[in-house]
Design a protein around this ligand. Structure first.
Ligand SMILES: [Zn+2]
Length: 349
């Protein structure tokens, strides 16, 4: 089969012919139909310690068809259309058993880093990671839903706890995760203030439901947010960018009792600075602010997200697709922050 293979830290991926993997007793062999491409993959390729060994095929937002199941697999059958959860969890620890599987105490790593991923014609996934795709949801939409839409589901619903009428500031609203955060915050009843840089990203955020757009090039963020909220500030800030500048500006943009939600981090190896920011504890406590991390989603949340896509309550925003062998072009666009919405690989045939 064809696969895009990584041979060392930060190297370009190479198109190679490799053997189709064999599923173990508790595994499932999936023929890949589509695979989402985002900043997570681009960062992990350049971050020491994330890829456990080489050669490695990245890609963790997969949709495809089950070709074969291991002898012990009970819940998945050949021919089923599936997507995946991308953390390799134990399923047994207290966090796995209490609905917090992304904080698994025995985490083995991630699909596409600790085992081969979806930048290939086939991949093997543990049965536990499989999530069925409902009829009516396309392969590309399902692939993107498994991370770029599911992450907003968790962030808005469980961390920011967006409710009717809340003012929600989304920093990085025009990107692959951000554009779905805009829709999800709206779906939860929020009034969305979408911040980004670049006219195309702000236009996209407006198209997909942002009530107000804020161009961060035109002035400091917090005063613009205050001006749009009658001086109150935002009830929740969801920061998809997560650098020192955005995090500090985000906290300054919060209303009293506001919630700051951080999605992901910026590794020093890629961005050249420590992933940290200054917090004025007097302001933090006197204003009763909350600081939340949003760590991916559970498999159950992916299923719920797919159902929202099936009902067309939220629309996957895939702005460009590439064939497998051109994934480096997709990565280059993401590295240069030159994309609005999500990018996906679509397999030929
Ligand atoms: Zn666990």
């Amino acid at each position: 089969m064809k696969a895009m293979v990584l041979h060392g830290l930060g190297q370009p991926l190479r198109l190679e012919e490799v053997a189709i993997p064999k599923p173990g007793p508790n595994d499932v062999l999936v023929r890949v139909r589509a695979c989402g491409v985002g900043l997570t993959v681009v960062n992990l390729i350049r971050t020491p310690g994330r890829v456990t060994s080489y050669p490695r095929t990245p890609g963790h937002e997969v949709a495809g068809v089950v070709m074969e199941v291991g002898s012990e697999v009970k819940s998945v059958r050949a021919g089923q259309r599936v997507t995946n959860h991308y953390y390799l969890t134990c399923g047994q620890c207290r966090n796995c058993r209490s609905g917090r599987e992304t904080l698994c105490l025995n985490l083995r790593g991630h699909v596409g880093a600790a085992c081969n991923g979806g930048y290939a014609e086939y991949l093997v996934l543990p049965e536990r990671n499989i999530v069925a795709i409902p009829d009516g949801v396309s392969d590309v939409d399902a692939a993107v839903a498994s991370d770029a839409i599911a992450t907003p589901y968790h962030a808005c619903h469980k961390e920011a706890r967006v409710g009717p009428g809340d003012d929600v500031l989304i920093i990085g609203a025009g990107g692959g995760v951000g554009i779905h955060m805009v829709q999800m915050a709206r779906l939860c009843g929020g009034r969305v203030l979408a911040a980004d840089i670049g006219d195309d990203k702000l236009a996209l955020a407006k198209t997909w439901g942002a009530d107000e757009v804020i161009d961060v090039r035109r002035g400091e963020l917090a005063p613009q947010v205050k001006a749009l909220t009658e001086g109150r500030g935002a009830d929740a800030v969801i920061d998809v960018v997560g650098n020192r500048q955005t995090l500090e500006a985000g906290i300054q943009s919060l209303a009293v009792a506001g919630k700051m939600v951080i999605i992901g981090s910026k590794p020093r190896s890629v961005y050249g600075e420590a992933p940290s920011f200054m917090l004025n504890t007097a302001v933090f406590t006197q204003r009763g602010l909350e600081l939340h991390s949003s760590r991916y989603v559970t498999a159950a949340e992916i299923a719920q997200t797919l159902e929202l896509v099936r009902r067309k309550r939220i629309r996957p925003v895939v702005t460009q697709t590439f064939p497998l062998e051109r994934v480096e072009e997709a990565h280059e666009l993401i590295r240069n922050n030159a994309t609005a919405g999500r990018i996906a690989l679509v397999m030929a045939g």
